[in-house]
Design a protein around this ligand. Structure first.
Ligand code: SAM
Length: 370
């Protein structure tokens, strides 16, 4: 079995999937990643034996190797194949999905959409991860298809390592950051910024059952889906279409403000605004945690660095190349957090840890509002 977990087929996901075809695609994704890194390692060793290259020289040298050019193209092709495959499973179950969506969205008042929301150009201009139509695709007032595409696509892309509900990141902040480092902390008002379909948002309802949990995102289709999905899974979350850089919530609204893999997908100017907004929204004593991939924020070796930097071109990740740890610390100080209240935790993933891995996978940047 290639997938660490099977996807939990809640009603908003395509049913009747071909599990053999899923396995075949998962294997291709997994082998392509492993093959890519061993090729890079081999070529980097050969190059660094010849001379001690600086990072930008190494990048140019790697870019010039025909086999690397070829596998870089294959990275994009495989990503496109994964999305087409996901779309085909959705198309096969279209009528039932519409009924499931209508059933689970009906009568719900926990969704606030804002058709007049000004969408930042850094999001409207790109299809991040080469996802067709991007996060903001929407055809009509009832559109929830971007959500289905993201929910199923992310599971295949992550080959099940994010858990059967794609919820590893939420559990990781809760268990490896909050419960480990702030065990007395019991937030009552929680905000998840850039929540997408709520994968990481839902675990907070379980960990803090008395809390009111909010998820905000720019995409209306994602949020409609998030609302119906949460309902289908029996969880109560308030979702709102808002810009995390400038929300509508009053000052001091939340005890906990979190984001999961938002940082590497926005430019530095947006990160700066998100940190300021997090500070404004927190109550005194409240905690901000922005979690992202270690590989993206602080690539641990030259192969990882090359992979990270070339994600810009081959996986439509325009801002990943400028993601930088030191910047986050500066942004937190600029936003108002005191230096002694800023902490960085390197943590393994919630599900990877259950497999016995202690290898750091995620970076959680925390600020406590003094
Ligand atoms: C990688 S996805 C996040 C996934 C999600 N947090 C999770 O853990 O499953 C990034 C999300 O951030 C949203 N986003 C990007 N910029 C944003 C902004 N300024 N305000 C709110 N959401 C934003 C995108 O629409 C997208 O849904």
């Amino acid at each position: 079995m290639v997938f660490l977990h099977s996807q939990f087929l809640h009603p908003l996901l395509p049913q009747g999937q071909d599990s053999q075809a899923n396995q075949k695609l998962g294997k291709e994704i997994s082998q392509s990643g492993q093959g890519y890194f061993s090729l890079l390692k081999q070529e980097i060793e050969a190059l660094t034996e010849q001379s001690s290259s600086k990072n930008h020289q190494l990048r140019k040298q790697l870019d010039a190797i025909p086999r690397i050019q070829e596998v870089n193209q294959q990275r994009s092709q495989l990503q496109d194949k994964m999305w087409s495959y996901t779309q085909a499973s959705i198309d096969n179950d279209r009528d039932r999905l519409i009924q499931a969506y209508q059933k689970h969205i009906k009568g719900l008042s926990q969704l606030e959409l804002n058709p007049n929301l000004l969408i930042p150009k850094h999001q409207s201009k790109v299809d991040i991860h080469r996802m067709p139509g991007g996060y903001l695709e929407e055809q009509g007032d009832d559109d929830f298809w971007t959500g289905v595409l993201y929910d199923h696509g992310v599971f295949l892309y992550g080959i099940g390592w994010l858990g059967s509900l794609n919820d590893e990141l939420g559990h990781t902040i809760i268990e490896q950051v909050l419960k480990s480092h702030y065990p007395e902390f019991n937030p009552q008002q929680i905000l998840d910024m850039g929540c997408s379909v709520g994968h990481s948002t839902l675990p907070y309802t379980q960990a803090y059952p008395d809390a009111q949990v909010w998820g905000i995102d720019l995409g209306a289709s994602l949020l409609r889906y998030a609302t119906a999905r949460a309902n289908g899974l029996g969880k109560k979350v308030y979702f709102a279409q808002q810009n995390a850089e400038q929300t509508d919530f009053p000052d001091h609204s939340f005890d906990l403000v979190v984001s999961h893999i938002l940082m590497h997908e926005v430019p530095n100017v947006a990160k700066q605004r998100v940190f300021k907004e997090s500070y404004r929204l927190l109550k005194t004593g409240g905690i901000m945690v922005h979690l992202d991939s270690l590989l993206f924020l602080s690539p641990p070796n030259p192969a990882a660095r090359y992979f990270r930097d070339t994600e810009v071109y081959y996986n439509s990740e325009p801002f990943v190349g400028c993601a930088n740890l030191d910047d986050l610390n500066n942004l937190a100080l600029e936003a108002g957090f005191a230096p002694q209240n800023c902490h960085l935790y390197q943590v393994s993933g919630y599900y990877s840890q259950q497999q016995g891995s202690t290898q750091p996978k995620w970076l959680a940047f925390c600020g406590v509002k003094g």
